[in-house]
Ligand binder design. Structure first.
Ligand SMILES: Nc1ncnc2c1ncn2[C@@H]1O[C@H](COP(=O)(O)OP(=O)(O)O)[C@@H](O)[C@H]1O
Ligand SMILES: [Mg+2]
Length: 429
């Protein structure tokens, strides 16, 4: 399309020359008027010039109107070409929400020819259940005076093709016309795109993340079961065998010569050590006291045992004090394991001297904080490829609908904070 040139008559030189000619003509008119019938030739020339100038004026005005019209037509054509070549569907509605513009992408998206769409109400392209609400939304948007915004920030928007198929969209809306004037003069333009494929991908991704989460929870569960089985066998089988050995050794003590008594005492000591090692290993694997005594006492035992073995000063507090009521089994196991892993990490990595543990029950959820005064934790530590302790913990609490946060403690060391609903039992929405 050829662009319309600016009219040459607007050039300052031409305007100047025209104004000078006009002034000259006015002067000639005045002279001819004064001289009147005394100079008929002058009158004739002036009248002729007047006719010519007025004629030329009319011609110039007509041309200017034509040029302006062509210019506006051409800019309209340019705009409509842009609108038509847009990848996104563009629909403009008037204040009554009737369609006044429907571009080519909209024709394809809604499977509806433009001729049919123009003049139709916008709600024709919305699923029935959203129509009333949508109408109000647009009117409310009109009253805000905001020029444009994204639609449906939190929820997925749905549209309706002419053949009745619903599809998810992403859309923005803008208003034009006299925004401060009456709403009757406004136009609303909606730019939208079909996000069916994207939504399918997002849904598939969500599904697969969910499946992975469930899988990892199953793996953890299976590990817990396996550990519980080994712990039981250690405790029951080995424990009983060791007790039997101890009894036999006691009986032996009576019958052997005194020279061997010291030997038997030493064996007895070794047996005692073996019994307590077996108990400790079994308790590490599956704290039976978690089943017998509950989370608070089991955690208390864990911390005391850690303090004894590591030599660190450990302080554990419960708010409110006493046992933790109504805690689901998977939550108790996950929290116990988290405290266990945190203490192991402190012993292995922190170089700390003191450890503080705080359990708080509040609003049906349990919060646990484990803090140390060691060297602190850096961001890259959390992303170590081979370190699965903290990552597994996070997965576990996500799965239980809780959260886990690890960072620097106000006192300089590392602080781990977790929160989990007391009654969580599986994947949360
Ligand atoms: N209390 C802590 N103080 C300092 N660094 C820590 C602490 N806990 C964990 N870290 C760091 O975070 C990393 C990841 O921990 P984790 O996931 O438990 O794996 P792992 O203990 O097998 O290395 C550790 O290697 C360590 O560098
Ligand atoms: Mg670890």
């Amino acid at each position: 399309m050829t662009p319309v040139k600016r009219s040459a008559l607007r050039h300052p030189a031409v305007v100047g020359a025209g104004a000078a000619a006009l002034v000259g003509l006015l002067a000639a008119n005045a002279v001819a008027f004064i001289r009147g019938a005394d100079a008929p030739w002058l009158l004739g020339v002036v009248i002729l010039s007047d006719v010519l100038v007025i004629g030329a004026g009319i011609l110039v005005a007509a041309r200017e109107v034509l040029v302006a019209e062509r210019r506006s037509e051409s800019s309209e054509a340019r705009l409509s070409a842009i609108v038509d070549s847009a990848m996104d569907a563009i629909i403009t509605v008037d204040a009554g929400q009737r369609i006044v513009l429907f571009n080519r992408a909209a024709e394809e998206l809604f499977r509806c020819p433009r001729a049919e769409a123009i003049g139709a109400p916008l709600e024709r392209f919305l699923p029935q259940r959203f129509r009333a609400a949508h109408h109000d939304h647009i009117e409310r948007f009109g009253r805000t005076g905001v020029t444009s915004r994204r639609m449906g920030d939190v929820t997925t928007l749905w549209a309706l093709r002419a053949d009745g198929e619903e599809f998810p969209i992403e859309a923005s809306i803008s208003q034009s016309g006299n925004l401060s004037g009456s709403p009757g003069e406004r136009f609303y333009t909606v730019i939208l795109r079909d996000i069916t494929v994207r939504k399918q991908h997002e849904d598939a991704l969500k599904r697969s993340q969910q499946e992975l989460r469930e899988l990892s929870a199953r793996v953890l569960e299976a590990r817990e079961e396996e550990k519980a089985r080994i712990a039981r066998e250690l405790h029951d089988e080995l424990g009983q065998l060791l007790t039997a050995l101890k009894m036999d050794l006691g009986a032996l003590h009576e019958g052997v010569p005194a020279a061997l008594h010291a030997r038997i005492e030493a064996m007895n000591g070794l047996l005692d050590q073996t019994v307590s090692a077996t108990r400790r290993i079994a308790a590490d694997l599956r704290p039976m006291m978690l089943d017998d005594l509950g989370l608070a006492d089991a955690a208390g035992w864990l911390v005391d045992d850690f303090a004894k073995r590591s030599g660190l000063s450990c302080e554990i507090r419960f708010q409110p004090e006493g046992p933790i009521a109504d805690v689901a089994k998977p939550v108790a196991v996950a929290v116990y394991r988290a405290v266990q892993e945190s203490l192991t990490n402190i012993a292995r990595h922190a170089g700390a001297r003191r450890v503080w543990i705080q359990f708080t029950v509040e609003d049906g959820a349990l919060r646990v904080e484990v803090e140390d005064d060691g060297r602190g934790i850096a961001l890259p530590d959390l992303a170590k490829a081979r370190s699965l302790g903290l990552r597994g913990m996070r997965e576990r609490f996500n799965y239980l609908g809780g959260s886990l946060d690890i960072g620097s403690a106000p006192r300089g060391g590392t602080r781990l904070r977790l929160r989990v609903p007391l009654q969580a039992s599986g994947p949360q929405p």
